[in-house]
Ligand binder design. Structure first.
Ligand code: SAH
Ligand code: F3S
Length: 470
């Protein structure tokens, strides 16, 4: 008899449990979303997820290669799995998934004896076969990258979510080739997912009580769908333009039209591809959140060129001006890389002055970390760690000041907040976010998770708002 994926023989003398999977994810949101795809692929084979590593049959880690530190974190986790395997769970099968698997390929098996499976981001459908190979006593590797794979029809198993907010992937891979970035090598060429399937997935989430979707891609603005046809299949350019062409702003609009109660977010926008059409669409729909994550990486044109970012400081500022003009109440955040090859004090000052101009609401700031085989690895990583650290601290301080300023501006005002869950610090409080992506903490009262409430802000730190439902 099959019962929740567990095979139980009626006479009870013999019980055979179905296999269980423990999966951890590191790195970007896309990795978290991919782990849900993996869980879905394995669920079809009767494998269910567990939070208990000491009894899991499969222990998978979805890895990130973006900076050396991210890889070190994964190595530490593997040491931890090793200790569990030795002391508590000798039969567990260990799999390394994602970007580090793709970067290191079979080398992983030599470096980390404990690892049984190495699987890259485009090969997850092969996991049932790879598991079988390991059960037959072999080690298994599949790191083939694909030009088509989007896992389009796979309905992700929502892992550990709050039942209110979900990630929906819309593109995979990246064709941009920023010189510092390992992603084009680990995630392969860019592909867009079928829009009808994206809409269907979002509708289903809404019907199941979800109230926010975040559309995910390395570079959402280059989303492009031609009704599944390639450009060369069209006889002339006109026909090709008219024929079912869906660009990102159109997709955003279609998702926003599902229901006004479904909040829509997206990540990540790339300054070289973000068009006015996207800004117009955000301003047209109330349920598309007024928040744009727009990584800049540097304020110096010389460095931007070395990074192969495809825009200048002036073009970026023009985009920011357009956003602020068309969506006056729009929060903007950035990613910044500090201490890129040959960065001078002058370049650093240009970064500071750009920050001063934009006054970002949030920022994610990193020391440059050279990644093997990227174009920038041919340049000299010549900024000492001490200088990188000094410049980073300066930039973080500035950002904190700006973040705090934006938070303080919100005191006394009232915002619509989607309730996402119970506050980690106090069980009598809820947390949720404003359209600007600011986290708000407030008393639970009689409200429920998944509801929208109006919250009047009365206090803040640089990271959170506090308020009262009115
Ligand atoms: N377009 C992607 C970018 C992924 S990487 C997106 O969806 O966000 C996220 C951020 O990591 C980048 O914007 C960049 O600021 C940082 N980063 C990438 N490569 C890096 C490197 N080699 N060293 C330091 N930071 C890096
Ligand atoms: Fe990386 Fe640039 Fe693409 S940062 S993910 S190569 S847009």
């Amino acid at each position: 008899m099959k019962h929740n994926g567990t095979l139980i023989k009626e006479d009870n003398n013999y019980k055979k449990k179905s296999k269980t999977l423990y999966i951890e994810s590191y790195g970007c949101q896309m990795n978290f979303s991919d782990s849900e795809i993996v869980a879905s692929i394995l669920k079809k084979k009767g494998i269910t997820t567990t939070k208990d590593i000491s009894t899991a049959d499969l222990v998978f880690v979805n890895t990130c290669s973006i900076r050396e530190k991210a890889e070190q974190t994964v190595r530490k986790r593997l040491e931890f799995y090793n200790s569990i395997k030795r002391d508590q769970n000798p039969k567990m099968i260990v799999g390394v998934l994602g970007c580090m698997a793709e970067r290191l390929k079979a080398k992983f098996l030599e470096e980390e004896k404990l690892v049984d499976i190495v699987v890259g981001p485009d090969a997850y459908r092969d996991l049932p076969n790879l598991i079988k190979e390991v059960e037959d006593g072999k080690k298994a590797v599949n790191v083939i990258l694909s030009l088509e794979e989007t896992y389009a029809e796979i309905n992700p198993v929502r892992l550990g979510g709050n039942g209110v907010t979900a990630f929906v992937s819309i593109t995979r891979g990246c064709d941009n080739m920023c010189s510092f970035c390992v992603v084009p090598f680990t995630r392969g060429r860019e592909r867009s997912r079928n829009p009808q399937i994206i809409i269907k997935e979002c509708k289903k989430l809404f019907d199941n009580g979800y109230r926010e979707v975040t559309l995910l891609g390395q570079n959402v603005d280059s989303y492009l769908w031609f009704g599944g046809k390639a450009k060369k299949e069209f006889k002339n350019a006109n026909q090709y333009e008219k024929n079912n062409k869906i660009v990102f702003s159109k997709l955003l609009e279609l998702v926003a039209q599902i229901n006004p109660l479904l909040r829509v977010r997206f990540s990540t926008s790339n300054p070289q591809d973000m068009g006015i059409d996207v800004i117009d669409t955000i301003s047209k729909y109330n349920n598309i959140c007024n928040y744009i994550h727009l990584p800049v990486q540097s304020g110096s044109n010389r460095i931007l060129k070395l990074m192969n970012r495809g825009y200048t400081k002036e073009k970026y500022i023009n985009l920011i001006d357009n956003i602020k003009r068309k969506i006056p109440d729009c929060a903007i955040s950035m990613d910044m890389i500090i201490g890129f090859c040959s960065e001078t004090n002058n370049d650093h000052d240009e970064t500071l002055s750009l920050m001063e101009y934009v006054k970002y609401d949030f920022g994610y700031m990193f020391k440059y970390s050279e990644r093997p085989n990227t174009p920038a690895a041919r340049l000299k990583d010549d900024i000492s760690d001490q200088i990188k650290q000094e410049r980073l601290s300066e930039i973080i301080d500035k950002q904190q000041m700006h973040s705090l300023g934006h938070m303080k501006d919100k005191i006394g005002k009232t915002f619509e907040v989607l309730i996402e869950g119970i506050s980690k610090k106090s069980s009598t409080n809820y947390y949720g976010r404003t359209t600007h992506n600011s986290t708000v903490i407030f008393e639970k009262d009689h409200h429920k998770i998944g509801e929208y409430v109006m919250v009047k802000i009365n206090d803040c730190t640089s990271a959170t708002l506090k308020g009262k439902v009115i």
